[in-house]
Design a protein around this ligand. Structure first.
Ligand SMILES: Nc1ncnc2c1ncn2[C@@H]1O[C@H](COP(=O)(O)OP(=O)(O)OP(=O)(O)O)[C@@H](O)[C@H]1O
Ligand SMILES: [Mg+2]
Length: 274
């Protein structure tokens, strides 16, 4: 059992969940105001895979940024296993995987993967931190990058760079991983392969993942739950349980059950519009 699981197992309080309560966020611009998130409530179990799914502008990135402590809500509370987002970020309990890989171009893949350890040494010394660092060689190998550990990002394809970015997230060891459309810039074939890589890593390490995508089938393939949001203002319209068997396979993707779930998610998105 991992250290994180030791720390959190058996807890009956919000210490074993991510809890979002009544979160509202209003942006002020040009003399007016715009409610990006309105009374968002969510509970995410430890080790679960949740996807935020909704139209452009419904507040998915804003919600991830609030979870990561990069932005403050105007109202409501957020707790990540009992910590505020700011505390969780300070202690490196959150890994952030953006849409573009954001690797440092002058560092080799291996050096990029261990980067978070280098930039926040103080957090490593903090005894309340619940991170477990993963062995960099193992993670690079799992992500199919062992032979490219000494390559620089410019020497990799887009898909390999995104794999390196995921590897960095996993090496970081944080129990929470926030992923904002990490595969959106990739071609369909690479994207498909990376979905399965991500699932493999998640099944191995059981991080709590909050993922954003515009693809209903990607959401269904990866997730335990899909949170369908509406725009203007951004609200949770429906939370759909994806009770399909794991590990998820290409065969499952071709099954009627899978297709039904994708249709349910798409219909929920449309309901939210009308
Ligand atoms: N810093 C900001 N200042 C003003 N308005 C903002 C700011 N950040 C986001 N918004 C507004 O809040 C709304 C939600 O934005 P957000 O980026 O969270 O949407 P999203 O669901 O991630 O969209 P997309 O799918 O296009 O990435 C948008 O209308 C956006 O214009
Ligand atoms: Mg966004």
């Amino acid at each position: 059992m991992t250290h994180a699981a030791d720390t959190l197992a058996g807890s009956t309080t919000a210490n074993d969940k991510i809890v979002v309560r009544g979160v509202t966020k209003t942006f002020r611009a040009g003399g007016g105001s715009f409610t990006a998130l309105d009374n968002v409530n969510l509970e995410l179990e430890q080790g679960s895979f949740t996807t935020l799914f909704g139209p452009s502008g419904c507040g998915k990135t804003t919600l991830l940024r609030i979870l990561a402590g990069l932005q403050c809500q105007d109202d409501g509370t957020v707790s990540l296993f009992g910590q505020t987002p700011t505390a969780a970020t300070k202690e490196k309990n959150i890994a952030w995987i953006p849409q573009s890989s954001a690797l440092l171009p002058w560092r080799e893949v291996r050096a990029n993967a261990v980067l978070s350890k280098v930039v926040n040494k103080r957090a490593d010394r903090n005894r309340s931190s619940i991170r477990i660092d993963q062995d960099v060689e193992t993670v690079l190998s799992e992500m199919g990058l062992r032979d490219f550990a000494r390559s620089r990002p410019a020497q990799l394809s887009g898909g390999m760079r995104q794999r390196a970015s995921l590897a960095r997230g996993f090496v970081h060891g944080a129990p929470v991983m926030l992923m904002d459309e990490p595969f959106s810039a990739l071609d369909e074939f690479t994207r498909e392969a990376l979905r399965y890589k991500l699932l493999q890593m998640w099944e191995l390490l059981r991080k709590t993942i909050v993922f954003v995508t515009h693809s209903a089938s990607e959401a269904v393939l990866l997730s335990d739950r899909v949170v369908v949001m509406t725009a203007r203002p951004g609200r949770v319209h429906r939370v759909i349980d994806i009770n399909l068997p794991r590990p998820r396979t290409a065969e499952l993707e071709r099954s009627p059950e899978f297709y039904e779930k994708v249709t349910e998610v798409r219909n929920a998105l449309q309901e939210g519009w009308s």
